[in-house]
Design a protein around this ligand. Structure first.
Ligand code: MG
Length: 416
């Protein structure tokens, strides 16, 4: 069987209020199609336009079997390469082609990668709260259902919500999310001290700095956090300053993770070679889909760097499933982020307050086993479907993004 690409369609949907972009590749084989995630939640119309206007005419009629060739063709077709819009568009088609190949083979995608290295994928969940007490209560709820790795934040990433500049900011400063990095660091140290006092060292803790401090501050902060024996600290510097990471790592035993903003191998190859991070955290659609992520996973393995792919709410269940398929077959899996989506599991849905509209649109999401692990279903391909009639019930919205307008006390912008 050697089907060809007959049609490429883009479906945008927001079942949980977050814009999701799905690409459906239909083939010349009746009933055979694939689905991929092209979600760039904050620029969804641009990705849709790129797929429909530029990539579809490029790939129509090509043989679905030749994924590597088609990926490279899409990648170099506009001469200027990579970037979040281009990579997300490519990812939609790339994941769909892997989905098709799995369906043709009658195998889940992880089998195409050499089969399972493990039975389940260990995941971490997010816990937030107004203070240490509330955060500990939430940690205990997750521990009660088997979660062993928990990311702890107090009020997000420090700074609260978007609004007018607070009175402690410089006069005339623009609206934004205002940060005081020194206060954030002091508060976080106190918070983890209280969490360890209450919860002990049995639970693995993660913290995400989200690029909201200066690299000079990161040197000090990562060292001070050593006492709390984190599983890892994430994004302690912005994408633009990852050259600082080997230096920070050399001064502290706190494991470091980085990478949800990476788009181009030029940004991370050297970092991996220098062992400047412990965990590689790319966002699959942001790097161009399964094809480049699988290559990266194997590259990291050669240097003893483990993977912990980005798994937030602003990506579709197709991308979460793609994460799990690579994880299952990877010798160098560290952990998997599992956030913003809820497996068909009542306990977790109850905890997060989510009603499960996502599952009506995307049946087949990998399931949480109440034991700290997520399990892929064994259906051929990615194992996740799209119910188009359901997807249409939840149209996307297009508004100015405010959560990225992060500012320092003097009113200057800080990476979000
Ligand atoms: Mg993060």
């Amino acid at each position: 069987m050697n089907p060809k690409i007959r049609d490429v369609r883009v479906i945008c949907t927001a079942p949980e209020g977050i814009n999701l972009v799905v690409v459906k590749v239909e083939t010349t084989e009746p009933g055979l199609y694939g689905l991929g995630c092209a979600t760039f939640a904050y620029r969804h119309l641009t990705v849709q336009h790129l797929v429909e206007t530029y990539l579809k005419p490029l790939v129509l009629g090509l043989e679905c079997n030749n994924i590597t060739e088609i990926w490279q063709l899409m990648h170099q077709n506009a001469y200027w390469r990579t970037g979040p819009i281009v990579n997300n568009a490519i990812s939609g088609i790339d994941m769909a082609l892997w989905d098709i190949k799995g369906k043709m083979a009658g195998m889940p995608v992880y089998d195409l990668f050499g089969g399972k290295m493990r039975a389940g994928v260990p995941v971490y969940r997010h816990v937030d709260g107004a203070d240490a007490e509330e955060i500990c209560e939430n940690i205990e709820k997750y521990r009660a259902i088997g979660v062993r790795h928990i990311r702890c934040q107090c009020g997000g990433y420090g700074g609260g919500g978007y609004g007018e500049a607070p009175e402690w900011a410089a006069k005339g400063a623009h609206p934004g999310i205002y940060l005081d990095s020194k206060k954030y660091m002091r508060d976080t140290l106190k918070l983890f001290e209280k969490i360890r006092e209450k919860e002990g060292y049995e639970v693995e803790l993660v913290h995400d700095v989200h690029e909201r401090i200066h690299p000079t501050e990161a040197v000090e902060f990562v060292k001070e956090m050593e006492a709390f024996r984190l599983f890892f600290m994430e994004d302690v510097v912005p994408l633009e300053h990852v050259e600082w990471l080997p230096r920070i790592k050399a001064l502290s035993t706190t494991p470091l993770s980085q990478g949800e903003l990476f788009n181009n191998p030029a940004e991370y190859k050297r970092l991996v070679q220098e062992r400047g991070i412990d965990y590689m955290r790319v966002h699959l659609s942001q790097v161009g889909g399964i094809t480049p992520a699988r290559k990266l996973q194997q590259f990291c393995a050669e240097f003893g760097v483990r993977i912990c792919w980005h798994g937030p709410g602003d990506m579709s269940p197709l991308a979460h499933a793609a994460n799990i398929h690579i994880d299952l077959a990877a010798e160098n899996l560290g952990l998997q982020e599992w956030s913003g989506i809820e497996p068909p599991n009542f306990v977790i849905q109850e905890l997060s307050g989510k009603k499960g509209a996502l599952l009506d649109v995307f049946p087949g999401l990998p399931e949480y086993g109440n034991d700290g692990f997520v399990y892929a279903n064994d259906k051929p391909g990615l194992g996740v479907d799209l119910v188009e009639e359901e997807a249409l019930k939840y149209p996307c919205t297009n508004t100015v993004t405010t959560w990225t307008q992060t500012r320092n006390r003097d009113g200057s912008l800080q990476t979000p």
